[in-house]
Design a protein around this ligand. Structure first.
Ligand code: EPZ
Length: 436
């Protein structure tokens, strides 16, 4: 299994370009399958999850390949109503977007349920209820969801909780339904808006994305288009948090600061200096940050995906911070690893009390999920001595060349024991493809 060796203590200096948004790319890849012609996507990150999504789409008959300029081509003409293999589906939650795609396109979707996950329970009951409201007959058999709907009909669906995945799956299915669908309590995340902009450019008629009521008027035909994926707000903020933790001055290009209002506010409150430009941020920090309290929430609240890296920063801050996780029920599992590095954190149900310590010390730690990987990497950058991250390949699921970018900024990070099985073979996806 891949390990990452980090020798802590180097402040970060320099400039990096943030990659395209993983969560937007995964959804838009599925949406692209709805078009009658090929779609071309720019700013798609080269990450393991993107590779997995490409393989899932190929398994149901789509053509998916990178051109020499690094643009991703997707042609859904050949998509058949077959089940993607469980071995691929179980790796990423976004695989369930294939259900909305297949229902809209072929009137039948058979998709293995993605199962549990190391950040907590992640059911798909809201997605299924939405499909049923659009007129699908849904059964769960042998671990698979089977949904059949010769015709989808517009509906009024109040989503029990503002779920990102449910909102996106409903956009995919409802944009080809007959009549109008109203989604209430819809998710407002920038990735949802990116999907709606993409679908509208294909000919869909979606209004209100970015608010909690979305209206979708069904369209009979969607055309192939070109689209540029939005920048990854989570990657940008992760690097800003790293600067807050170890100090330095870093300029981040390809950023939409308006997607980062809440994290920018909290980082400033903690003492980080952040200069905002049109499409870039310059962050600088020196000495210890101040303790701040955070509570994760749906957008535009503080993102759950930044809770873990933020706690690494707070574990070295001056004072005690209270961190409440309201989105996922198991997203503090990584805290045990931070404790091994000398952090002082007490978790009670959905709340972590983080008492800032003056130093962390390097230790062998294990990456439990993607964002925990970023959190432990950041802790390692600040710790005295060497930190050894096992299961480090998990970081490649959602950060493009994370360790390369950190090295560019002056971090002492090395990758060892890379296992071929953990490296997605991008060469199978086309001529411009390079292995991670
Ligand atoms: C998306 O997951 C992201 N994943 C997650 O990022 C992100 O943490 C999450 O949204 C919240 O922002 C992708 O976009 C691929 P939800 P998603 O549906 O869509 C419950 C990362 O690290 N729920 O908004 O699965 C659910 O259990 C990942 O990049 C149900 O109960 O999140 C959770 O508590 C991790 N039933 C809450 O709603 C359902 O049918 C919000 O989940 C659906 C969700």
């Amino acid at each position: 299994m891949a390990r990452m060796l980090i020798r802590g203590g180097n402040p970060l200096h320099g400039t990096i370009t943030v990659s395209g948004s993983k969560n937007s790319a995964l959804a838009i890849m599925a949406a692209a399958g709805l078009a009658e012609e090929e779609c071309i996507l720019e700013n798609v990150p080269r990450q393991y999850d993107v590779w997995t999504m490409a393989m899932i789409l190929r398994s149901i008959g789509a053509e998916v390949w990178f051109d020499a300029a690094g643009r991703l081509h997707i042609n859904g003409k050949g998509i058949r109503p077959v089940s993607p293999p469980y071995d691929l589906v179980r790796r990423i939650r976004a695989s369930f977007y294939v259900a909305g795609l297949l229902l809209a396109l072929r009137g039948y979707a058979e998709v293995p349920l993605p199962g549990g996950c190391s950040i907590g329970s992640r059911p798909v009951n809201f997605h299924i209820k939405g499909f049923e409201q659009l007129g699908a007959k849904v059964t769960i058999e042998h671990g698979c969801m089977k949904a059949r709907a010769p015709k989808l009909t517009g509906t009024h669906y109040f989503i029990n909780r503002a779920s990102v995945g449910t909102t996106i799956n409903m956009l995919l299915a409802a944009c080809r339904a007959e009549g109008t669908t109203i989604l209430e309590n819809a998710a407002k995340e920038p990735e949802v808006v990116d999907v709606a902009i993409f679908l509208n450019s294909m000919g869909a008629r979606i209004r209100g994305a970015g608010t909690d009521v979305i209206r979708i008027d069904g369209a009979t035909r969607l055309s192939g288009v070109e689209h540029t994926i939005i920048p990854d707000r989570l990657e940008a903020a992760t690097f800003a948090i790293a600067v807050g933790t170890v100090g330095g001055r870093v300029t981040l290009h390809n950023v939409m600061p308006e997607h980062l209002r809440s994290p920018i506010m909290k980082l400033r409150e903690a003492g980080l200096t952040i200069e905002e430009n049109d499409a870039s941020l310059t962050v600088s920090g020196e000495g210890r940050m101040q303790a701040v309290d955070i509570e994760t929430a749906v957008y535009p609240g503080f993102p759950t995906d930044l809770q873990q890296p933020f706690v690494s920063m707070l574990s070295l801050a001056d004072g005690t911070s209270v961190v409440r996780e309201t989105v996922f029920d198991g997203r503090f599992r990584y805290v045990d690893e931070l404790l091994r590095m000398g952090a002082d954190i007490k978790v009670e149900r959905d709340t972590a009390i983080v008492r800032g310590v003056e130093r962390l010390t390097g230790a062998p730690v294990e990456v439990t999920d993607l964002r925990a990987g970023a959190a432990l990497m950041i802790a390692g950058l600040a710790a005295e001595g060497e930190t050894e991250l096992s299961q480090a390949h998990i970081i490649d699921r959602g950060y493009e060349q994370f360790d390369d970018k950190l090295r560019t900024l002056g971090a002492d990070v090395r990758r060892v024991d890379v296992d071929e099985e953990d490296v997605p073979d991008f060469t199978v996806l086309g001529e411009a493809s390079v292995a991670l």
